[in-house]
Ligand binder design. Structure first.
Ligand SMILES: Cc1cc2nc3c(=O)[nH]c(=O)nc-3n(C[C@H](O)[C@H](O)[C@H](O)COP(=O)(O)OP(=O)(O)OC[C@H]3O[C@@H](n4cnc5c(N)ncnc54)[C@H](O)[C@@H]3O)c2cc1C
Length: 386
């Protein structure tokens, strides 16, 4: 399915309602409550349960749907992305013979909402280390204490995916992954979200204070440090490809708005539409070429994920490159749309200005530009010697 193919889950009317509400959520810095209710009742959150990754083409379908949703309401798409990523991870693992996250799909089918409590202040190792401390409890369970930042879907999640580090003897530390249900004692949502863009995601800080997790709720134990555990691959693959879809959707909308503006505006001096100005045509074409490149990458990555194509150690380089290119395409397209649309687009309430602010958020998601380049260089050269 392409970005322009009708999607049974996202009707044109639904998308127009989302687009109409997006400015209000952004202005008031509030959660996309009405959009969320409509997506939930349309079955959008069960998308990867009903059409899983693999032969059914779940990754390709989810990527196309998220791209369309983001073209109408980027923050709504980024928010639900976190839930979709968990269901994609569960499906990717199941499709590769690992049923350990099957319960995520069952719970999502029952209406549970999954969120990502991964990011921690000052933890640039992301999945490979954790500043959240885990303690073993006498009953066999664990206590988690730490801070998670940027928790999208804070107002609505019912299952928060967290991880923390259990210090082992002889320096063999282990990262423990678990889901905690909403209402678990010690989980505190600190309502501090007031960013430049993607405001409706309401990605508040989450404090964990001795959060008790039964042994059975820990679904993965991975040695701390870089490793190629299938869970790490699954999170990376699902996260990078679905995040790329969101930013590609922003690029789509920005290019449409830019083309409309060029057709509408005229040069008084040259007595012709700005759409005939060769400099502006060139500018728009450059931005559109970036979108086309990222689109081709997204399609090939999601096809290979669904087909279980073995690209070996190239997977991580491909995934971080896709994410980087999609965010670059969104920033270039929104920048071009601002430029060709004239001064009215600079109004704080204009759609194109909001899209540009939303696009700027993309650089902060893993992998950042620096980390992506380090990954690609390592794929080519091996790790640095010092
Ligand atoms: C719109 C949006 C939604 C997101 N949603 C999610 C999500 O749902 N789940 C998720 O896990 N991640 C999410 N992320 C987080 C994202 O993936 C990054 O991890 C996040 O942007 C932090 O990046 P950073 O480390 O560069 O930020 P930084 O600004 O470096 O750090 C983030 C916070 O940590 C503090 N900090 C930084 N370094 C230190 C230090 N050494 N010691 C103490 N404090 C420090 C900063 O003051 C800041 O408050 C989201 C990001 C965005 C932009």
């Amino acid at each position: 399915m392409t970005a322009s193919t009708p999607d049974p889950l996202l009707t044109a009317e639904l998308l127009e309602r989302f687009r109409a509400r997006a400015a209000g959520y952004d202005d008031a810095n509030t959660f996309f409550t009405e959009d969320f209710a409509e997506l939930e009742s349309a079955g959008y959150l069960r998308m990867l349960v009903d059409t899983p990754p693999g032969d059914a083409g779940g990754m390709g379908g989810a990527a196309a749907a998220q791209r369309r949703l983001a073209s109408a309401a980027p923050a709504t798409a980024l928010g639900v992305n976190m839930h979709l990523v968990w269901t994609a991870v569960a499906g990717l693992l199941a499709d590769r013979g690992d049923a350990s996250l099957r319960f995520v799909l069952d719970d999502a089918a029952q209406g549970e909402i999954f969120a990502f409590g991964v990011s921690e202040p000052g933890n640039d190792a992301v999945l490979f280390d954790s500043l959240t401390r885990v303690e073993s409890l006498p009953d066999g369970g664990f206590g988690f204490t730490g801070t998670k930042v940027f928790t999208s879907l804070s107002p609505v999640w019912t299952r928060l995916g967290i991880f923390g580090k259990l210090e082992g003897q002889n320096g063999e530390d282990v990262i423990l992954h678990a889901f905690v249900p909403r209402g678990t004692p010690g989980v505190e949502i600190v309502e501090d979200w007031n960013p430049l863009g993607m405001r409706a995601t309401q990605s508040h800080t989450t404090r964990l204070s001795d959060v008790r997790v039964p042994a059975g709720a820990v679904f993965r134990r991975i040695p701390a440090g870089p490793n190629a555990d299938l869970l790490v691959f699954g999170i990376f693959a699902a996260f990078e490809s679905l995040i790329a879809s969101v930013y590609l959707g922003i690029a789509d909308r920005a290019l449409d708005l830019a083309a409309l503006a060029l057709a509408r505006r005229r040069s008084h001096v040259a007595d012709r539409p700005l759409a005939d100005d060769p400099v502006l045509r060139n500018l728009l074409a450059g931005a559109a070429m970036r979108r086309t490149g990222a689109e081709a990458e997204l399609r090939s990555v999601t096809q290979d994920l669904d087909a279980r194509t073995d690209v070996g150690s190239q997977w991580f380089a491909r995934l971080v490159t896709l994410k980087t290119h999609a965010v670059d395409a969104a920033v270039a397209a929104t920048g071009a749309a601002l430029h060709v649309g004239g001064g009215s687009g600079f109004s704080a309430s204009s759609e194109v200005a909001r899209l540009h602010r939303d696009a700027l958020a993309g650089q902060f998601h893993p992998s950042t530009e620096e980390s992506a380049r380090a990954t690609v260089a390592t794929a080519l050269l091996g790790p640095p010697s010092t």
